[in-house]
Design a protein around this ligand. Sequence first.
Ligand code: ADP
Length: 477
Amino acid sequence: MGALGVLGSFGLTGCAPSGDTAAGGSGAGEGTSESYDAVIIGAGGAGLSAAIAAYDKGLTNIVILEKMAVNGGNTNFSSSGMNASETKFQKEQGIEDSNDLFAQETLDGGHNTGDPELVQFMCDNSAGAIDWLDSLGIKLDNITLTGGMSVKRCHRPTDGSAVGLTLVPGLVAAAEERGIPTKMSCEAKELVKDGDAVTGVKVDLDGKDTTINAKAVILATGGLGANAEMVTKYRPDLEGYVTTNQPGATGDGYTMAEDAGAELVQMEQIQIHPTVEQETSTLIAEGVRGGGAILVNSEGNRFFDEMSTRDKVSAAELEQPGGFAWCVFDQQVYDANTAIAKYEKSGLVQKGGSVAELAEAIEVDAAALQATIDAYNAITTDGAADEFGRTEGCIAFAEGAMYAIKVAPGIHHEMGGVKINEKCEALDASGNPIAGLYAAGEVTGGIHGDNRIGGNAVCDIIVFGKNVGEVVADALA
Ligand code: ADP
């Protein structure tokens, strides 16, 4: 999808050794080796942040490995925004928020199964991460709501567009400016250990087995949503679900970390997202609902609080006839979310000049749909209590053009993963750090618990990605 804007813009050299490389080994077809201070596996949001932050702290002999021919990973598809509290942009816009409220709502959203210390760390460092991105030219000052938050704290690009499409090119440009080498189409296969310490990684480099030696290995390999076998290993009930994940999200990091002695936690916590267009696996951004859209079933009726958490909305959708819903919205919502024009270009959006015309287009009873919209409007205009308990993002539908996208749940995010501490050190089953091994981003686990709030993944990958880069730079200084 939108990743196309950055394809090939970074690390074009395939797997050719970088200028920083101390290459050794033998000729073509045989194993070679290279050495760096730190190797970062994965060029998504977490890996790019880690590399930039490490570099800016003086750790310049580093390399990023990316198994795909394109960088950005699932971060390219991040649609909602980045949650953050006590930010300068919230203050400028008169939004009152606190790190503690953010932490509380994150823990509540995960039914108190998340890691309170890591959550607090993430929230306390979120405003700093927003400032850091701003300093890199990535301004996220358009703030909205996603399900499970009581205060506007989901930070988006100024024009309200999908955050990934600003974030990835911005991080790529920052890495490029610093001359940080990236080896594209370069797949990490196995971590190398010397005794208990991780000392490098074996990679497939242009068809050759190569060992990258490093004093620190940072795993930033993202999730497993594109590996159906691994998904069903942890969650047999998710067999047959579509996935929103890019093809490189095959869970390699979990296998490599586990083989190196790291503990994996909460791997069964695979989040499904309630608004995925099923033919193309396109994720319909949560900001669409946050901006006022409703979900109706095939009978034209609402059935749940659209702003509730993803697990509950998904479960409610699956109980509807056919197990799907229509995400219905008006021109105001369309105009406030630039992603919708892209969905329309891809043929995902049904349209009508009125409620009746839309109803005809989506084969839903027109009177029922009109009654549903009238009742929803009454919450927003008369202050009537919503029968489904929605209190957030209630904005009355205006007359005129109406839109709908057919959605159902899809596999979205692995919330479990490598157990880490606040320093992003990978921990073994006894809670001891594995020397030389660090992790950040989706590959880590236990932060969000059994349900992640929309917009918290970007906060997680930027806060912990930046953090791990700084921690490793300090450790090797
Ligand atoms: P995060 O949000 O945690 O940064 P992403 O999905 O955005 O995660 O990025 C993870 C990146 O790691 C993806 O670009 C993916 O292709 C890459 N990756 C996954 N496994 C490997 C591997 N074995 N070797 C190199 N890169 C990998």
